[in-house]
Design a protein around this ligand. Sequence first.
Ligand code: 4AZ
Length: 233
Amino acid sequence: ILGGEQSDISTQPWQAALSVYRRRSKVHTFFCGGVLIDSCWVLSAAHCSYQSCSCTSEQIFDVEHYWVHEQYDDETYDNDIVLIKLKSDVGMCAVHTDEVLPACLPEPDLALPDWTECEISGYGKEHEFSPFYSDQVKRGHVRLWPQSQCVSEKLSGRLVTPNMLCAGDTRGLDDACKGDSGGPLVCPREGRLTLVGLISWGDGCGKKDTPGVYTHVTKYVEWISSKMQADGN
Ligand code: 4AZ
């Protein structure tokens, strides 16, 4: 997260981190964000899914199974969403605490006003060319761009589809960056923060008048619940 501020995990209790565990060195290497949406279920970006272990910062789980969206396009990042089932022997994974709590999914017809002020979070880079990820979760403030301005002209010509949404800081400060992808864009909705986007891609980080691009979660609510139901949840 560029700009923004150091946050506390109890303010971001749905924030998940994906990492690979290397047995030899006994080191967890972080690579992407994620969002806890139920005790055993995490959403992340499909482009994060070519790895194999999932860990929240306070409660750590292996991945039992994951479903990359059938129409995910590795070139354009269209349908950049993966649903991850956490492994558990007892049918329950994440236990609700002050630090760990699932995010609310939106209703399938949720449409928020343009420029709604929302929040992003993650452990990603604080500067585009920084070699490091942040070791503490950060949060940033971005506004939802009108869909009419969320177009390839604003993003170095890269394709933007209706399954994507744009959000950015009108002050030109806060933005998501490398390592934040898969993590949450949450917006206030009837007094609660609701998951609206997954951090997906952008033209660099924190460039003036250039929004970050997010997977439009509202379009996938049916897809998410059908997968969860088919798995017997
Ligand atoms: C990334 O590489 C990335 N500024 C994510 C978000 C943005 C840029 C890059 C948006 O994961």
